[in-house]
Design a protein around this ligand. Structure first.
Ligand code: ADP
Length: 431
């Protein structure tokens, strides 16, 4: 450090007793590094640090501020001794141009002001930074890996309480604690981020639950009035068709058709919302049994389409057997429904992928263009008209919801016209 370049020069000679102070400084520095490595409690570190500094540089106030150069802010993270209004711990200040933090960041060396007048003469904001009745002040910048992370401020109520030697010592002591302050600050930021993340997750869970509740109530309560519309339309059709002209009958037909479609959609929505509200607890489940149940439910469709469905020996997983059967039933059912010219050939297998099982349902049907690979899993999304293929577009959405409830993923690999393979991953659980 170039003594002559200090903002406030000090012509005083080395104080007597220098060797003693050196010796004390070594002890203090050693003790500070011991304190830093002995506890993770940052407040305890600051506390003991201040006690050690007092052995070397008696003070009436010591404060440590952490600086966030990205946000351009500074805040006291520790203070002991008299108060400085507005500079209590935790109050965040913007770093003002020409203020002490700004000067320390720029000049990268400590400052010594032996009287308020000297500080005022230095030209930074004395009214705010000086504070209280303090007369002498040392302010040193703290650098961790050459990044400006904070300031150490030592104040005395006496004028001329400190000299250049105190300043140099404060700088060396500051260097000792800078890394710890930087770590504590980074840790605090991490905690803050984690807290924000946790809050966002909680909020998301809450709104998700609310949405599910809404879907359930809406679909459940819509059933009854819809049933009424459909049945009275049917009555109208059967009893009064002759009294209506052709146009009237066509209108009535549209109404019945619309009501029936809406019933199907509402039922599907209810089914969808019940994946979570009516889900059963997970039990050890043999996927061989599950595929057999799915095939038993599809017996008619398999027979009608002249399909050949095969499956490999499948592993056991932890899950809701009824829901997993629904997944396989929907996937195999689709393989039969979206068949090509040839009779459907469907194969179910499983692969060990480390910490999960990946099940697959492969078919030789019409396939799906890759650009639709995501969209087909969205509720009520379909690629065909009702005239081409019947359905509401709920099947894969339900599969996705069930699979995700089991902690897995579902996706498809396919090309238009070249068959499709649907994959379902399910996590392996501890035996
Ligand atoms: P739905 O069959 O009622 O339309 P799904 O959610 O089961 O509803 O399927 C969504 C869309 O995905 C279907 O409309 C169809 O276009 C496409 N799809 C699903 N399975 C297959 C398959 N095995 N082969 C080709 N296309 C498929």
């Amino acid at each position: 450090m170039n003594e002559a370049s200090r903002q406030v020069g000090n012509a005083r000679s080395q104080p007597r007793g220098q060797p003693d102070r050196r010796a004390t400084e070594y002890v203090v520095l050693a003790e500070i590094s011991r304190i830093i490595s002995s506890t993770l409690n940052i407040d305890e570190i600051y506390e003991q640090f201040a006690q050690q500094v007092a052995l070397l540089i008696p003070f009436d106030r010591l404060s440590i501020s952490s600086v966030d150069m990205e946000a351009h802010t500074v805040q006291a993270v520790y203070a002991v001794g008299g108060d400085i209004p507005g500079w209590e711990r935790g109050i965040v200040h913007e770093i003002v141009p020409g203020g002490i933090s700004d000067i320390l960041a720029r000049d990268r060396r400590g400052l010594l002001f032996r009287t308020p007048a000297e500080e005022e003469a230095a030209g930074h904001q004395p009214a705010r930074d000086l504070g209280g009745d303090f007369q002498t002040r040392i302010a040193v910048p703290l650098f961790a890996r050459s990044v400006f992370v904070g300031t150490l401020n030592i104040r005395s109520l006496q004028p001329y309480a400190y000299d250049e030697n105190h300043l140099a010592q404060a700088e060396r002591i500051g260097a000792q604690i800078a890394g710890t302050i930087a770590n504590a600050f980074a840790y605090g930021k991490l905690e803050e981020t984690q807290r924000a993340l946790q809050n966002a997750v909680t909020e998301l869970q809450r709104s998700n639950q609310e949405l599910e509740q809404f879907a359930y109530v809406a679909s459940h309560d819509l059933q009854e009035p819809l049933r009424k519309i459909a049945s009275f339309c049917n009555l109208l059709e059967s009893r009064y068709a002759e009294q209506l002209d052709d146009r009237g009958n066509t209108y009535l037909h549209y109404i019945v058709d619309g009501a029936m479609r809406m019933q199907a959609l509402v039922n599907d929505l209810l089914l969808y919302s019940r994946v979570t509200t009516r889900g059963k607890e997970f039990l050890p489940t043999k996927m061989n049994d599950v595929v057999q149940e799915a095939l038993a439910n599809l017996e008619v469709a398999v027979g009608e389409s002249n399909a050949h469905v095969t499956y490999d020996p499948l592993p056991q997983v932890s899950g809701d057997a009824g829901q997993l059967a629904r997944v396989l039933q929907n996937l195999i059912g689709n393989a039969l429904k979206y068949r090509g010219q040839e009779p459907p050939r469907v194969h179910v297998s499983a692969e060990d992928a480390g910490d999960e099982w990946v099940f697959s349902v492969r078919d030789n049907g019409i396939g799906i263009a890759p650009e639709y690979a995501e969209r087909i899993f969205v509720i009520f999304q379909r690629l065909h008209t009702r005239e081409e293929y019947g359905g509401t577009g709920i099947g894969l959405a339900v599969c996705k919801k069930i699979v995700e409830r089991h902690g897995g993923r579902i996706w498809v690999e396919s090309q238009a016209g070249a068959g499709a393979t649907f994959y379902v991953s399910l996590p392996k659980t501890a035996e």
